[in-house]
Design a protein around this ligand. Sequence first.
Ligand code: ZN
Length: 340
Amino acid sequence: MLAGAASLLGGLLASGVPESHKSLQIYFVDVEGGQATLFVTPEGKSLLIDTGWPGNNGRDADRIAAAAKDAGIKKIDFVLITHYHDDHVGGAPQLAAKIPVGTFIDHGENRETNDANASRVYGAYQQLLASGKYKHIVAKPGEVLPITGMQVRVVTADGEVIERPLPGGGKENTNCADAAKPPVDVTENPRSLGTLITFGKIRILDLGDLTADKEMELMCPMNKIGKVDIYIASHHGFFQSGSAALVHGIAPRVAITDNGAKKGGSIMAWDVIEKSPGLEDLWQVHYSEEGGDAHNVGAPFLANLQGPDAGNYLKVTAAADGSFTVFNSRTGETKKYAAR
Ligand SMILES: [Zn+2]
């Protein structure tokens, strides 16, 4: 009887609250080179950043719903759409049909009206909003989103960036000096709704597919963000984003790239992350075919290897003291990162 009681208590803290329930859980759902990142707070409040692709018999909605189930939640409180490309907003109708959603958050109107794909997925998303079933927030830089249990601050939206530095930011960025002026991107990418998420001492940066031209506005000559613990690699690690001015300026401990086998995971962006000062590890949702053996991380840090796709995910569990772990669902292994 005593042995049974002891094993039951094994997974609990002294307070009787399961340890995972005191942590912020973040699932990097494999949507094959799109984005779907699910945050669940200790109180069970949830934020999903992007919904993956449309089509594929609801594959991405199924994978997001599986992550939600694993986290023990039955609805998604907030779904943030970074921008109106099919690998981000495309999965929204299927997701909403699969699991209840409270509020959608976005940057406002589609700005890439000359693109048939963007117009189509934006139209489907507008139809969803027009159903009247959901709350809707159009977010602006500087705003803090009404999510409890973690702080979600908007740093970029609709081509605008925060005017003033955040706490922890405001220093000159020494990585700007030799930065070539990036081309101006006229798609929805630089419109991405980017956020800095803070949970206790942990800082996590997600800029969607924000391109290098906007990274310069955010990071040069002054680094408005400061350093972060976890960088969700912009644009799936595609070379148009993830400049040294951004990545070396925020100097993450850990970077996670939500690339697919044939999407994102560019050699140039990979090199920038690998050379980032203070980087402890880079994790990838997929092996990148473009990267080849020289520009991919080792197997323990890959959720999906080459070959038939298994939809494996990565999961961060973060504690308020600044410590966190990364779990690879393919290997079943967890790596710990101590508080600094
Ligand atoms: Zn994308």
